[in-house]
Design a protein around this ligand. Sequence first.
Ligand code: NAD
Length: 511
Amino acid sequence: MAIVEVLQAASAGERRRLLLRSPATLESLGEIDVATADDVRAAVEGARKAQPAWAEAGFDARARHLRRAVRVLLAREGEFAAAIARETGKPELEILSAEIVAACDALEYYAKRAKKVLADRTVPLHLMKSKKLRLVHKPLGVVGIITPWNFPFILALNPTVQALAAGNAVVLKPSEATPMTGRLVEELFREAGLPEGLVTCVLGDGETGAALVEAGVDKIAFTGSVRTGRKVAESCGRQLIPCTLELGGKDPMIVCADADLERAAAGAVFGAFANAGQICVSTERVYVTEPIADAFIRKVVEKTAQLRQGPEGEADVGPMIWPPQLEVVEAHVADAVARGARVLAGGRRNPRWAGLYFEPTVLVDVTHDMLVMREESFGPLLPIQRVRDEAEALRLANDSRYGLNANVWTRDKRRGVELARSIESGCAVVNDCLITYGIPESPFGGVKASGIGRVNGDLGLKGYCQVQSIVVDRFGAKSELLWFPYGARKARLLRRLLRFVWGTPLGRWLS
Ligand code: NAD
């Protein structure tokens, strides 16, 4: 059963329609019209008209709007959470913490922070003392934001907030699996009083996303798979517009012999099964050192057995949201078992429920030739490989085309940071997991196939701006040393300066 079904192929002048279903119950959730390339271009034009006044309004006015959005969200939190639950089937706590709390934090954080990071700044020059440098951060204009289905609210809202705080307008294309949640972002800002056209959500699938990339925007902030990210990057490269690519991961977890076993095992279970493993920074493979492997695996299996799953009552693990991803998970388990892995928990779709529930699954006796250790599963799988020592764990952790996040568990925090530094990843955590995206101070992104560029933090905010360098002459002399006319006297003076500035301690100190 597809969660999104194409109801009507487009005939001339007609929009395609998609039928949506709940991943938890497979019940119909209604239909959406797919935005055409013309609709997308119209949204970009509307955004382009609305943007100059928004940029002109300044940081304080923009911050007031973002704070108003917090108040709207607080007032309508229950309604928003219910809408997200309908499309994703997530447990209430996951919606509250990862979608709603994180959204309020992002709105308030960037409302407060943008002025400090992006206001004009004068930079003293180390050498040319007769000039002043002014750094000016200008908004890019219209930012296209394309997002996936796994955290449909926060992954759409967070880049939107940063783009807005920097003075841009936004056209958002949420995933076709969770379009109504994406539309909540537009609704939130409309109710917060943002000008018409400043944030517009266009609904649709990959074609709509591709149309947005080609619609004349000034940047694309893309979050999604490596496969789509590559297409987006190709198109942006051709148009010479910037893009950030927040792509998939295959995050390793290293458990050292001196780790706090109780915390590490609980962290493994949470890191792998939170949001049913559909987190770009999920723990996707574990390397546990031999001396503690048996005890660690025992604890992981015990804790996994306690997880509750299903659409009724309180639950810890929700359904998978996107049927093709469930097929990937099934294929990874089948491949691992065929190559000799053992299933210690789960390993199949949950037979109790009609929805897309896959049981939290622990695999052991896994090796690095298995898909489950090489390709992103993006589902509730926890493969555990025993290793001789930390050196072997590190070698295997880096034997991957991905490099998004990683986590290391040891009582020796200094050693933990050393190990984390040696992992080829954009982010890493010591004695915890998952949290890197949720810390606004922390620039977030991947290396290798996991992406290009950073979101969040000062770096993320600056990514929504052009930086213009303006150099100002301070003293207004009639001429400059290096201006015409050239001559031997000027060359002699320049040589003397050269020897003084880079050839004497005083010169080096002064510069
Ligand atoms: P996806 O790449 O299939 O789709 C992402 C978005 O791109 C959707 O809105 C989709 O409609 C759109 N799209 C599809 N084809 C397009 C095209 N040709 N041009 C433009 N847009 C197009 O990814 P998904 O299945 O929705 O999401 C899961 C993936 O996202 C996983 O790989 C996961 O790791 C990754 N992800 C990464 C992060 C991160 O921050 N690094 C966060 C969440 C999810």
